[in-house]
Each structure stands twice: as structure tokens, then as C-alpha cells.
Design a binder for this molecule. Sequence first.
Ligand code: CA
Length: 379
Amino acid sequence: MSDPTVERVEAIGMEAPLEEPFGYAQAWVETRTATLVRVETSDGTVGWGECWGPVEGTRQVVESVLAPHVVGEDPREVERLYDRLYDVGRATYQTVVPLPAISGIDLALWDLAGKLRGESTSTLLGGARREAVRPYATGHYFPKVEDVEAVYEKVVGEARENAEALGAVKLKTGLALLGYGPEEDVELVRRVREAVGPAVTVMVDANYAYDRTDARRVGRALEDEGVHWFEEPVAPEDLDGYARLSETLDVPIAGGECHTPSEFDRLFETGGLDVAQPDVCIVGGLTPARRIARRAHDNGVPLVPHVWGTPVALAASLQLIATLPGDPWLEFDRSLNPLREELCARPFAPDGDGLVAVPGGPGLGIELDEAAIERYRAE
Ligand code: CA
């Protein structure tokens, strides 16, 4: 029998409008979206991937620009196919490579490669070092209210709950979205620290709300609060700003969800990141994320992947985290997302020890509920 080849690539847009929007430094989130990529081989095996970003555009790039370059190919040759898709993307757009669209295909190929070999993706990535991972809670977004006291109350309440459940919480700053500023941001962190106590790990994510001066000031205040890391203090394009802040501040500087593989190279060279956070649905998939993980390790930088998607994103991230040295974290999004909770029969949840299990193989180790996919399928 001949080896199975890629027969069909389909991009499925998903949209879940939220009853209550929530905010972070850059925008209000009104709808949770994802583009799933379904790759089927000539023997009927199906692999799943996920792309970050809006459905419009992403779907067309996956199906029209990229898919023709993997159809007919052996899905187990993932690294070669990733490199080809990267080259196709660059030749097509010149100034940008559509990395989120490539991510969806790359993840689906890693899922397929595992399924065709009867092994988990973490085994193919070099071998799992653990079966479960410690999560930290992402959430604590801003409610759409005018009174800053109401914002504090909502965020402190949520942080208290998440701290009790997981022992580690990541806060959002960037209250300029609501007309406030860095002082109110620092006050928010102070109030949460006071509420959760000194034993809880508290991270802060500014989603590049600041210029360098404000980032320095806020960063010093975060040091006083014992903050574990300061994420995306300045714009992702300001690579030198990352290096300077990392040099100046004692609080570790984190970032990566907005960075390309080559920007990670530069950030490692200049010491701009103390924590590296590539997202497997944004950076191009598991192939570049694993390369970045190796470089991070060589530079003494822990890797904590950014995760904000559906169970496909969670499973793929867990497959990577399972292989990392040290004691890595899982970014565990607790904000409202019906796609994350409903696309699998059983959503990811912490076990009795507060750890999230890495799904067993083959492949990414998840089964999607096709009825739920239909429920949220975008036009
Ligand atoms: Ca972030």
C-alpha cells in the first residue's frame, strides 16, 4: 500500500459572540473567533490545526494560497512542508509572511504525523518530560464600566477566585482604554496583591500599553509588588526597548505573542526577553515554536507559550510544553470563550493536584465535537 498523502485542506471559521464584551489595553473583545484547519489524507485520517486572528482573510489564505503546496505531500514530512509554506508566504506577500495561516496547517500536519505513526506529537517533538503541567490563570480583563472602583472590584474578585483555584494569576494593565492611566494600573496590581496575599504568583500583562518611560515607572512599581513577570510592556516593534527594560528593571520582561521567528532571534541576541512566549497558532505552528524553544533554552530564557484559543491550541501547546526543560507553565485562559469550553466533549481542566494533563496520543490527543463545530461555524 502506498503512503498516505494530503488530499484535502479545509479552513473552518468559528465565531462565538459574547453577551458581555471585555477589554484589555488595545481593544474590546466582543466575539471569540478561531479558524480551524482540517487536513484529510488519502487514507481518511484527519488532522486538526488552528489559526489565530479573524476568520475573513485567514480562511482564504489557508485554502487558496497555502493548501495547494501541501496537497499530494506526505504529512509526516512536517518540517520540510513548514519551510515550503514559509517560502510561499514570503514570495506571495514580500513584506510579511502570513504566519497565523501557516500555523493552522503546521499544527494539523503534526496531528496527522502522530496519528499516522501511532504516537503522540510530544514524542515526535523529542519526547515528553512530564504528563501534566502547572497552569496559571489568564483573565482579569476590564469590564465596560466608567467607574474605576467598579473595575478594581471586578478584577480583584476574579483574581481571588483564580488564585484560590490555581495559585497563579496574570492581570491586565492598560486602563487607558477606559480613560485612566499608569497610576490606576499600578493601583489595580496593588489591590490584587493585597487581596491574594504574598504566596500567590502574580504576573502582569500590559499588552504594550506604554511608552518606554511609563513602562520603566510601572515596572519599578511592579517590583515592589513582587510581580513574577511584566509582559509586553512596550510595542512589539520596539525590540531595543525590550532590551533596555530588561537591563534596567529587576522584574523579568516577557513577550512573544506578537513576534516572528526572526524577531525572537534578535530578542535573544540582545537579551530583550527574560520569558519567551510564542503562540503555536500565531508564530507559524509547532515547527518554529520548537526551534524558538531550543534557542530560548540556549540563551537561558524559559519558554511559556502564549495560549488563548480552542482545545486545538491548548492540546498543541501542551504537546510542546511537555517537552520543555525546567518547570514550565501553561497559560490557562479563564476568560469567556464558548469555543474553548464546547469544541471537545470534556474541556481541559486542572486535576486534583491543580495540574493540567498533557493529552495522550496519537497526535495532539483530542477529539473534536463536530456538532459543536457546526454550531459556531462562521458564514
Ligand atoms: Ca499577553
